[in-house]
Design a protein around this ligand. Structure first.
Ligand code: SAM
Length: 370
């Protein structure tokens, strides 16, 4: 998570500083880790609205953009863990000081006794140790019911779950108990999940919006049709031909609180239940971004678009976006150097080995209505 965080200190922060003050609302249409929504909400006296196809992203954004006061992280944790502890204890999760293949097999068998929709059944013995998975389920079942405590706790749960997941970067596949990978699995399984939740609460508690906004699950192109003159829209669309839901399905299930029965080594829910983006399909991505630009121009809003400065695996490239946008907006471009994830796909169509992260230039395109 956090792909745009570095760029905020490398050009994007200055562009926002220049443009936000002239607008009435800030709208992040592809909020992801919510780093940009958090940045704007904390600094500027306008409401921030954040959307994403994935619920876990909306959860991360909501914890900050929907709240204009700090919360007390110690009181929040003490009340929450008091409610969760009996549920955690009822699971009687097996634990081990040494994680080896035999314990992994035992953990997986133990998890099968639970309902197929439970997070324990889906992930204990795979992405999480039994103890971690039971805390995840117990804490998820007992999140506060009232805002803003509910949003803060949900986001802290997602942040801790992302940190503890026994997988290389994204949650596409968990580490397996092989000779080479067991040490990584052990490191993740030995993380103290509750300590990670408390750390996330401490990080989130003091940060809040200056003006309360809203975050929700939504399709960027549909939300765009409801925008108004005076809105500044941030657009950081997918650039990979691999669906984001392939990499974040575990965080998504934790944000929701349950899952459909999972299958395969990756523990995925059925494909039709995973959010699917037109921006992550080569046949539809170009049209999706063009439609979005046309809608935004018709709504007379301003926009900032970031995109890797080369053709990406979804078939979209920065020049195409710039040329198309220049016909319907006043446009100016800035190029900054950046590091971004290939999300497991090749960086360029037809190009060689898969790289996890790539150094490349990134375009920042500023658009104002004509
Ligand atoms: C490049 S990432 C955004 C990263 C984000 N700016 C950050 O700092 O983490 C693209 C995001 O767009 C979301 N997405 C894909 N298609 C979408 C759509 N049609 N509407 C809204 N969000 C979408 C994905 O779930 C993903 O979180």
């Amino acid at each position: 998570m956090g792909s745009k965080r570095a760029m905020l200190g490398n050009g994007l922060g200055d562009v926002l500083e220049d443009m936000v003050g002239r607008h009435r609302r800030f709208v992040d249409l592809f909020t992801g880790s919510a780093s940009v929504a958090w940045h704007v909400a904390q600094r500027y006296p306008i409401a921030t609205f954040a959307f994403d196809l994935q619920r876990y992203s909306a959860v991360l954004a909501a914890a900050v953009v929907q709240r204009n006061n700090p919360v007390n992280p110690v009181r929040l944790w003490n009340d929450w863990v008091r409610r969760a502890t009996p549920k955690f204890e009822a699971f009687c999760a097996p634990d081990a000081t040494v994680v080896n293949a035999a314990f992994v097999i035992k953990a997986r068998k133990w998890a099968c006794q639970f309902d197929q929709t439970s997070l324990v059944h889906a992930y204990a013995g795979h992405y999480y140790s039994p103890v971690q998975a039971c805390w995840i389920q117990a804490l998820r079942d007992t999140v506060p019911t009232k805002s803003p405590n509910r949003e803060v706790c949900l986001a802290a749960l997602v942040m801790a779950a992302s940190k503890c997941a026994a997988s290389p970067g994204h949650t596409a596949q968990p580490f397996q108990p092989t000779d080479t990978a067991i040490k990584y699995l052990e490191i993740s399984w030995h993380r103290n999940f509750c300590a990670d939740v408390q750390a996330a609460l401490a990080q989130l508690a003091p940060i809040h919006a200056r003006v309360s906004g809203k975050s929700d699950v939504g399709d960027a192109n549909e939300i765009a049709s409801q925008l108004q003159p005076g809105d500044l829209v941030f657009i950081d669309p997918p650039y990979s031909a691999v669906q984001y839901s392939r990499f974040y399905h575990v965080l998504e299930a934790i944000a929701v609180g349950a899952t459909s029965p999972v299958f395969g080594v990756g523990r995925y829910p059925p494909l039709h239940e995973r959010p699917s983006s037109k921006y992550s399909q080569k046949t539809t991505a170009k049209l999706a971004i063009q439609d979005l630009l046309v809608t935004l121009a018709a709504r007379e809003v301003s926009a900032i678009i970031t995109f890797p400065d080369h053709e990406c695996s979804n078939g979209v490239d920065a020049d195409m976006i710039k040329n198309y946008a220049s016909e319907i907006f006043e446009a100016r471009t800035q190029i900054v150097s950046s590091v971004f994830s290939t999300l497991g796909g090749p960086a360029l169509s037809g190009q060689g080995p898969r790289l996890a992260r790539l150094n490349a230039d990134e375009m920042i395109l500023c658009l104002e209505p004509r």
